[in-house]
Design a protein around this ligand. Sequence first.
Ligand code: NAD
Length: 274
Amino acid sequence: MTVEGKVVVITGGARGIGLATATALHRLGAKVAIGDVDETTVKESGTELGLDVYGKLDVTDPESFTTFLDEVERQLGPIDVLINNAGIMPTGRVIDEPDRVTRRILDINVYGVVLGSKLAAQRMVRRGSGHVINIASLAGETPTAGLATYCASKYAVIGFTESARMEYREKGVSFSTVLPTFTNTELTAGTAGAKGLKNAEPEDIANAIVSLIEKPRRRVAVTRLAGLLVASAKFLPIAVSEFIVKKTGMDHVFLENVDTAQRAAYEARARGDV
Ligand code: NAD
């Protein structure tokens, strides 16, 4: 299957992985729409790319999501692919996390994905075709200190997407999960990543999403190496995998080792303080 001419909606498309994906798909001739809660940045990105549809979308608000999808269908035609990409990653110890932030992570990362999947699948099932791609994370398969609520949200996205996939596979609607490793976007600002493992670039995730649209699959992990390490960790005794976590420094990457000055702007945006 080719992506040319496909109508693709990307949430959280103003920057980072969402914008890299929009860029790749637009270049290949897809009809791309990006929505983001950050209206100023999404308008800048949409104009720069020369997209027909871009604008404000809050994935936690059913009215906002429905209005955005209606507008896309009015201007571009029926939606072939929805990429539920919007997400936030505040870091720190769970006992210090304000309840407002806990709810915000779950609201955007979990409810937003469930809501988007529902709204898109309702339209797709009626037509007997479509593809929902949900961006989880390898943190959805790896317990990580300093990311407890974020990990919980990504484990939830994987469980939801796999279940929805089973529910709609006979109806012509595909569901896929994307599991990126740490990727160089604002979301990882001020963090060092895992020792010995390179972070991915947003373009790597975008390329994986392009192949997924061309040939729908259940899931894809990026990078392949990080995906293999996480998958194989499940078969190791817990003492061995905890030893690897220590060796790669992952037990402190999102706690003491965060460069708080470098991360401040992202944390403020993610926590909704600005
Ligand atoms: P990013 O911060 O660069 O971009 C995320 C975008 O989502 C932002 O433009 C933000 O404004 C938008 N957004 C936040 N709340 C929203 C809402 N309520 N409605 C609509 N848009 C909203 O982050 P990114 O690194 O590009 O992350 C994209 C996705 O990839 C997220 O789901 C993230 O959890 C996931 N992911 C990222 C990494 C990584 O290391 N960067 C790794 C694994 C998974």
